[in-house]
Design a binder for this molecule. Structure first.
Ligand code: ABU
Length: 385
């Protein structure tokens, strides 16, 4: 069998030159249903019931136009772009443990799929409406897996998503209670089953950050440690105690190139967790305030104003930003980046922006150590000879 020099699946960090990427699609997208892991609200009228079923044709086509703009830009930069398979998201799901009236969409592959070196991992997911979202990427995964025997493919254990997996009262905690509980990192999911969304991870070569959140629990992080540490990876749980609704790390702590991380001024790291970055010569660069306030985000969007930070790196010197985020574009340009602004606000109501809407399958590069001064205790110590 002829093997290309670089495995067809090869991506070790968030910034090396991008060669192949999956860009999401809004086809057949639905409103996320109310379920124990999610209480969607219309921003302007939070007391009105959130719509259910498929989104309007107009909303879908506006999002698809912006996704097509991202595809065109990436292709013009020489990146191969792949797309998800169509899925019937308007159909309900019924398993022995739960039932949900409709599914969601395939706009945000980042939440579901992650490439760790030459391995593809399908996340467990944390919400019922997203239980089968991996199916939109299966034909691509088979294609990569069939093309190159160096490609590893892992599906993480599917949690039950039964009522007992969730803590429904989470949604009703008043702000004071959230503040009092901010250091316990208990959210709408319990700790018994293995749960993680792929977007709670951020890759730095042999070091991988995992955020404890509404979509990733401590059992999920333990599973990732046991799975990845034997391959030489170091898994670092990270916490942002002032984010009362944390979900996905890529609007909070965003590596841009070796030595530089964009940070969210509203969401500082837990005391002490910054040490591994500072002791290894990483600069933490505060993102400017987003152009839109939380109240000005699109009415059906459930994400925060910090989608402004959800940038996609084409390489360590080229980066794609949402077109209205001028202060961030200027900051990045002042740090030597070539910035590519594109419109993407119509995608916001599908759960993310540029990073969320992509899954990088192949970048140049290999497994580097960007934290040479790190002391790390693996979960299982290697046996002594
Ligand atoms: N899916 C990313 C959303 C993160 C945030 O709302 O801050």
């Amino acid at each position: 069998m002829y093997l290309p020099h670089s495995p067809v699946v090869n991506s070790w960090n968030e910034w090396d030159p991008l060669r192949e990427v999956v860009v999401g699609s809004a086809d057949a997208a639905c409103f996320e249903p109310t379920e124990p892991g999610s209480r969607p609200r219309i921003r302007s009228t939070p007391d009105k019931p959130f719509p259910t079923g498929m989104k309007s044709k107009e909303a879908i086509s506006l999002a698809n136009e912006e996704l097509a703009g991202l595809v065109a830009l990436l292709e013009a930069q020489g990146v191969t772009v792949r797309r998800p398979s169509p899925r019937p998201f308007a159909t309900s799901i019924r398993t022995p443990d739960f039932e949900v009236s409709n599914q969601y969409c395939a706009v945000c592959p980042r939440d579901v799929m992650i490439t760790i070196g030459n391995e593809i991992i399908e996340a467990t997911m944390s919400r019922r409406a997203r239980y089968f979202e991996f199916q939109a990427y299966r034909s691509l995964v088979y294609e990569y897996w069939n093309a190159d025997p160096r490609v590893q493919w892992t599906t993480a254990p599917k949690p039950s998503m039964a009522d007992g997996m969730y803590r429904e009262e989470f949604w009703d905690w008043p702000v004071e209670e959230r503040h009092a509980k901010m250091h316990s990192f208990e959210f709408c999911i319990q700790q018994d089953e293995v749960i993680f969304d792929a977007a709670d991870m951020s890759r730095f070569g042999r070091d991988i950050l995992v955020q404890e959140s509404m979509t990733t629990n401590r059992a999920g992080i333990r599973w990732l440690k046991r799975h990845l540490e034997p391959g030489g990876f170091r898994i670092h749980p990270v916490h942002f105690p002032l984010d009362f609704y944390p979900s996905h790390i890529d609007c909070t702590f965003v590596p841009l190139r070796p030595g530089l991380i964009l940070t969210n001024p509203d969401r500082p790291l837990r005391d002490g967790e910054e040490a591994m970055f500072l002791e290894n010569d990483w600069e933490l660069l505060e993102a400017p305030q987003p152009i839109l306030g939380n109240d000005e985000m699109p009415p059906y969007c459930q994400s925060s104003k910090w989608l402004s930070m959800n940038v996609l790196s084409i390489s360590p010197t080229k980066i794609i930003c949402e077109e209205s985020e001028k202060p961030l574009q200027d900051l990045l340009a002042s740090r030597g980046f070539e910035v590519f602004p594109i419109p993407f606000r119509n995608v916001f109501e599908y759960g993310g922006s540029l990073h969320c809407a992509t899954w990088d399958v192949r970048r140049d590069g290999s497994k580097e150590n960007y934290f040479p001064h790190l002391t790390y205790e693996p979960l299982v110590q290697p046996a002594q000879p």
